[in-house]
Ligand binder design. Structure first.
Ligand SMILES: CSCCC(=O)/C(O)=C/O
Ligand SMILES: [Fe+2]
Length: 181
């Protein structure tokens, strides 16, 4: 089980979003680089998610009072194609996005400070937090399946604001937080 998270700069090809879209040669992005963008990662044991004390501690420390589980597969998710299309539109949220992969695989793409796409490969046991105001998107990979826990502080708000949302206070706050990092 890899403790680290693999991430890389993406190519600009319009080919299938589910492909890795690496540059050649590959340009990896470290966990430290991700942290500077406000993106944080934990590796947990997803086999025991229902009773995991480590997950409990994170939820307590971070105030993640809400959780639900979403299974993203053509046979389980209503309006599967429509939802995947929506998830892959570049957007931001007014709150942090917190996702814990319980099974399968997925990609989160985030913009770096220079507006380049970074692809983050998520698999079973990866918990990630994306800060409010960061432009990002989500896709399945070529396995076409993931099951994820969605966590939230308080009552969940799933509203996504597609780019451009540069005038939003949360976007300004996020870009200001990057200064000097
Ligand atoms: C893994 S949950 C579906 C993706 C989602 O909710 C979102 O906002 C992606 O950016
Ligand atoms: Fe999102």
């Amino acid at each position: 089980m890899a403790v680290t998270l693999e991430a890389w700069y993406m190519d600009s090809s319009e080919e299938d979003q589910r492909k890795p879209h690496r540059l050649y040669p590959n340009r990896p992005v470290s966990l430290d680089d991700l942290r500077k963008l406000g993106v944080f990662h934990w590796k947990l044991n997803a086999d025991i998610y229902e009773t995991d004390p480590e997950l409990e501690q994170i939820r307590k420390d971070q105030g993640y009072s809400y959780m639900d589980i979403i299974s993203i597969h053509k046979d389980t998710l209503p309006n599967y194609e429509e939802k995947l299309k929506m998830f892959f539109e570049e957007h931001l949220h007014l709150d942090d996005e917190i996702r814990y992969i319980l099974d399968g695989h997925a990609y989160f793409d985030v913009r770096d400070k220079e507006d380049r796409w970074i692809r983050i490969a998520m698999s079973k046991g990866d918990l990630i937090t994306l800060p409010a105001g960061i432009y990002h998107r989500f896709t399945l990979d070529e396995n076409n399946y993931t099951k994820a826990m969605r966590l939230f502080v308080g009552e969940p708000v799933w509203k996504a604001y597609n780019r451009p949302a540069d005038d939003f206070d949360i976007r300004q706050k996020y870009t200001a937080s990057l200064q000097g990092s």
